[in-house]
Ligand binder design. Structure first.
Ligand SMILES: *[C@@H]1O[C@H](CO)[C@@H](O)[C@H](O)[C@H]1NC(C)=O
Ligand SMILES: *[C@@H]1O[C@H](CO)[C@@H](O)[C@H](O)[C@H]1NC(C)=O
Ligand SMILES: *[C@@H]1O[C@H](CO)[C@@H](O)[C@H](O)[C@H]1NC(C)=O
Ligand SMILES: *[C@@H]1O[C@H](CO)[C@@H](O)[C@H](O)[C@H]1NC(C)=O
Length: 444
């Protein structure tokens, strides 16, 4: 995108400018020094020339002339001496000036690296609604101890500043009017790290001829009416299309997840004792009723939460709308959907969940460092004795023992169940593996 190029150019200029000014100052100092050396050495050079040429015109018997000559030589010498010491003094002072300048520049570089050099610069370039949404805003009652500041910065993903043009575009709408049909654009911006997105003052498009939800519990296994949502962001324009997508050619995320009469209906119902664990077997590992609340990370169309709800466990499902109304579908089923990516800090307090489940989402596409932080975050939100059900974690055979087993060991979970098995759908030669595991946060 042109905006991105523009942005990179600007940043590289900003990065170069301190070096440029440093060079300028260096050149200035050096040229001052050279100039003074030139001036002084110039005068002494003319002096030595006269000294050398003078004796040629002197006769040995003319002692008075000789003494005069000597006298003048002596005085010239002493003049030269004082000039030299003056030169030395000047050099010393310009050296210390140079030192001070370099120290100052070093200090400025350090503070720039620490973000001290105008960390809010990008905010200044925002205009209108974007500027208003991003803040900061002075608190009406001044400093408050809860915030430890007198101004409020509304939450905003760290990378939003990197995508200023997109941010400005996202924030371009009529205040109080209808939001632009930019769901796909907005989700991409989010996934690039501008998560959370800023809040907006516009109304999302409401579906034409809206139909209310199917009553619970029938809603859990009913395909919602097409008129419950707006279809503009998706390739499919109705649920029939989405349900049939599983059988149609083409690659889609969670391709058969909308087909509630298909594979979804049997997921997690039986305990395969290998990679496929059953929900009842997992719940049976804890005293009845003590697994009550949880999270399913990247839970597709919400079937894990539906099965849990049938067992009186409340599970929040985080999911992305990758060319399908996953969030809307989950909520139509009467379940809680959360539009949060795997890169985001989980919005739960420490030690609050009984169970966290994740299938197919956390795997080797996630950068190692991001994955490790995510796993520590899962550990954080689980209560002591809470269960992390890692379901079909995907990786290559070479990564299994080299990267992932040591990583899981580092987090500090206790292994209750652990299975690693070949993934054979793309052929045995691919050396693809799955890990399924039940990991417990230790009770210390
Ligand atoms: C040489 O210089 C001294 C002072 O430095 C002066 O007293 C003396 O008269 C001078 N002699 C001649 C010959 O100029
Ligand atoms: C709106 O919904 C009602 C009832 O569900 C239906 O009778 C009507 O034809 C619909 N109108 C349009 C424009 O789809
Ligand atoms: C659903 O959408 C498809 C195209 O995506 C269309 O061919 C089909 O007729 C639609 N079905 C219904 C019931 O609206
Ligand atoms: C990983 O290590 C275990 C135990 O050392 C070993 O049994 C297994 O074959 C290894 N797996 C792979 C895929 O290398």
């Amino acid at each position: 995108m042109g905006g991105m190029d523009d942005y990179q150019r600007k940043t590289s200029q900003q990065q170069h400018s301190p070096i440029r000014s440093k060079l300028k100052i260096l050149l200035l100092v050096l040229s001052t020094n050279i100039l003074s050396v030139y001036l002084f050495s110039g005068s002494s050079a003319s002096f030595s020339l006269s000294k050398l040429s003078a004796p040629a015109g002197i006769h040995l018997w003319d002692s008075e002339a000789l003494i005069r000559q000597l006298n003048s030589t002596e005085s010239k010498l002493s003049l030269a001496h004082s000039q030299l010491s003056d030169l030395q003094n000047r050099l010393q002072s310009s050296n210390s000036l140079l030192e001070t300048l370099l120290q100052e520049l070093g200090g400025r570089d350090q503070s720039a690296a620490a973000g001290g050099a105008d960390p809010d610069g990008w905010r200044e370039e925002l205009s209108g609604e974007a500027k208003l949404a991003v803040g900061p805003h002075k608190l009406p009652f001044g400093f408050t101890t809860n915030l430890d500041t007198d101004e409020l910065y509304p939450s905003l993903g760290a990378a939003c500043g990197r995508y200023r043009d997109e941010l400005n575009r996202y924030m371009s709408y009529e205040v109080g009017g209808e939001c632009p049909p930019d769901d796909v654009f907005a989700q991409r911006l989010m996934l690039k790290g501008c998560e959370p997105l800023p809040r907006r003052r516009c109304h999302p498009r409401s579906p034409k001829n809206y139909s209310g939800p199917v009553p619970y519990p029938a809603s859990l296994w009913t395909i919602p009416p097409d008129t419950s949502i707006s279809w503009h962001p998706y390739t499919c324009k109705n649920y029939t299309c989405l349900v049939n997508r599983g059988k149609a050619p083409g690659h889609y995320d969670c391709k058969d997840c909308f087909d509630l009469a298909g594979r979804e209906r049997v997921r997690w119902l039986s305990d395969g004792d290998f990679l496929d664990y059953g929900i009842d077997a997992v719940l049976a590992m804890r005293p009845p009723g003590t697994v009550r609340i949880g999270l399913d990370i990247g839970g597709g169309s919400g079937t894990f939460a539906a099965r849990m709800r049938e067992r009186d466990v409340t599970v929040v499902t985080s999911t992305m709308n990758f060319d399908g109304p996953f969030n809307s579908f989950i909520s139509s089923r009467g379940l809680l959907a959360m539009h949060v990516s795997v890169a985001s800090r989980l919005p739960f307090f420490d030690g609050t969940l009984d169970i966290v489940h994740s299938m197919h989402v956390l795997s080797n596409w996630v950068p190692d460092a991001v994955l490790e932080f995510a796993l520590f975050d899962i550990y954080r939100v689980l209560r002591p004795g809470g269960i992390f059900w890692l379901d079909h974690f995907f990786c290559f055979g070479t990564q299994l023992n080299a990267t992932y087993v040591p990583m899981f060991d580092r987090i500090g979970f206790r292994k209750i169940r652990w299975n690693a098995g070949r993934k054979l759908d793309k052929g045995a030669d691919k050396n693809e593996w799955y890990i399924s595991a039940l990991l417990e946060k230790p009770i210390t």
